[in-house]
Design a protein around this ligand. Structure first.
Ligand SMILES: Cc1cc2nc3c(=O)[nH]c(=O)nc-3n(C[C@H](O)[C@H](O)[C@H](O)COP(=O)(O)OP(=O)(O)OC[C@H]3O[C@@H](n4cnc5c(N)ncnc54)[C@H](O)[C@@H]3O)c2cc1C
Length: 415
């Protein structure tokens, strides 16, 4: 085995975090010799397919504390770094490089071209402008400490680097390797998934969407998870931001249940069963001669309203005046506390995100440097950080990449 090359900084992983780290490091420290090692033949493959090919680069949330709340794992740790680099900085960074970013109604932000290729082109041209080596088909197999830094083994060759940045995403082999370097890795479990539900109340309603709040209640009747927001009924069960949020925050809780659990849906968001019964009694007086099926109430989609009526034992011909209090209570129950049995999960638009990774306790979040080894940094999904959908996962890649670059720059000034 020949030692082929020496670098000041080697970044392992040619994804979003790896490229952002490399470009910022090269810009802040022009004297450094930098390389990205990528195991695959192509780089930035996830960026390419992200956001349905449009790349949801970040989210229009400009308050660090609010932004951090979108990270079920990493909320506390990212708060400080967001004060150094967050959404506005991301927009400025891309704009300075000629990439205009637009915002959609729900806050997601995309390149104005609606093409992830714009982001890839921006990165590629920066890489060549800054003379960063990108070595594809270089799968890192071993990493060992040397007197002055690190020896990196790809099976075919060895490379030396003073500083190593791990930006390998959710790769179990690299997590194993990091364990041999005394790092603790939180075992990976899926995050961001939709719920499989077979239930007569929603079978005929795919495509119906409404705002709802959802709870998962534990054995002791304590609420163990809750979320609210748009809920979408699908052919397989339920999806939409309210479900995805629940799946992300519940990633660790739901895995030991083998994704078999009950959810309680309040189709009226925060209304209580008692208040809803009162409102239904008032509607009974007001709409006495109307059939209940004719007009949806509470601004619910009509097909959902009708389905909940059927589930409460109220037929298509019944008019408000004839409805018993018991049936109205059943309806209030369906409206505010519908129980659904979840049996399994599905991937959300192939956007598989993993919860798990390098234990955050072992990382200094002022620098993203390992607390166990000096000159070893982490950026992106290799850490036990993940977010709900909406551009937050890339924001983590940009923030951590920038912070690593800053830390490398600062370490140069000291030495
Ligand atoms: C289909 C899909 C769509 C998504 N859309 C969005 C979106 O629109 N917005 C958003 O915010 N998030 C999105 N995400 C999540 C986002 O893509 C990730 O959070 C982000 O890519 C993480 O960046 P990363 O650089 O840490 O890891 P990755 O992008 O996974 O990059 C890691 C790189 O390291 C390489 N590597 C791994 N092991 C080695 C090794 N041993 N040696 C050398 N190289 C190695 C990998 O091949 C890979 O290229 C999406 C995810 C998916 C799957």
């Amino acid at each position: 085995m020949i030692v082929k090359n020496n670098y000041d900084v080697i970044i392992i992983g040619g994804g979003a975090a790896g490229f952002f780290t490399a470009i910022n490091t090269a810009e802040m420290c022009p004297s450094l010799k930098i390389a990205i090692l990528e195991r695959g033949k192509e780089v930035l493959t996830k960026v390419k397919i992200s956001g349905g090919g449009r790349c949801n680069v970040t989210h229009a949330e400009f308050i660090p504390k609010e932004l951090s709340k979108n990270y079920p794992r990493g909320e506390k740790e990212l708060l400080g770094p967001f004060h150094s680099f967050m959404t506005g900085d991301t927009l400025g960074w891309f704009e300075e490089r000629g990439v205009a970013i637009k915002m959609e109604e729900d806050g997601r932000m995309f390149p104005e071209t609606d093409s992830s290729q714009t982001i890839i082109d921006c990165f590629t041209s920066e890489i060549s402008r800054l003379s960063i080596d990108v070595l594809t088909s270089h799968p890192v197999k071993k990493l060992s400490k040397t007197e002055n830094g690190w020896l990196i083994n790809t099976g075919k060759e060895e490379l030396n680097a003073t500083t190593v940045v791990m930006a390998t995403g959710s790769n179990p082999k690299i997590w194993k390797l990091l364990e041999t370097l005394e790092h603790r890795v939180i075992p990976p479990v899926p995050s961001l998934f939709t719920f499989n539900i077979k239930d007569g109340r929603i079978t005929d309603l795919p495509g119906v969407a409404t705002e709802a709040s959802i709870k998962v209640v534990g054995d002791t009747k304590k609420v163990i998870l809750e979320s609210e927001g748009p809920l979408l009924i699908t052919h397989w069960g339920m999806s939409g931001p309210a479900i995805l949020k629940l799946s992300a925050w519940g990633a660790r809780l739901l895995e030991p249940l083998s994704y078999s659990f009950e959810i309680q849906v309040n189709w009226l968001l925060y209304e209580t069963q008692e208040d809803t019964t009162e409102q239904l009694l008032r509607l009974k007086t007001k709409n006495a001669k109307q059939t209940l099926h004719k007009y949806a109430q509470f601004e619910l989609p009509k097909r959902l309203w009708q389905s909940l009526l059927m589930a409460s034992g109220i037929s298509e011909t019944e008019i408000w005046a004839d409805i018993s209090k018991k049936k109205l209570q059943n309806l209030a129950n369906q409206l505010t506390q519908s129980i659904f049995k979840v049996e399994g999960k599905s991937t959300f638009k192939e956007e598989f995100v993993t919860a798990g990774g390098v234990d955050l306790k072992e990382v200094n979040f002022k620098t993203f440097e390992s607390k166990i080894h000096t000159q070893l940094y982490f950026a992106g999904e290799v850490l036990n950080i993940d977010a709900i959908t909406g551009g937050f996962n890339f924001q983590n890649a940009w923030t951590s990449g920038f912070m690593v670059a800053k830390a490398i720059e600062a370490s140069l000034k000291i030495s």
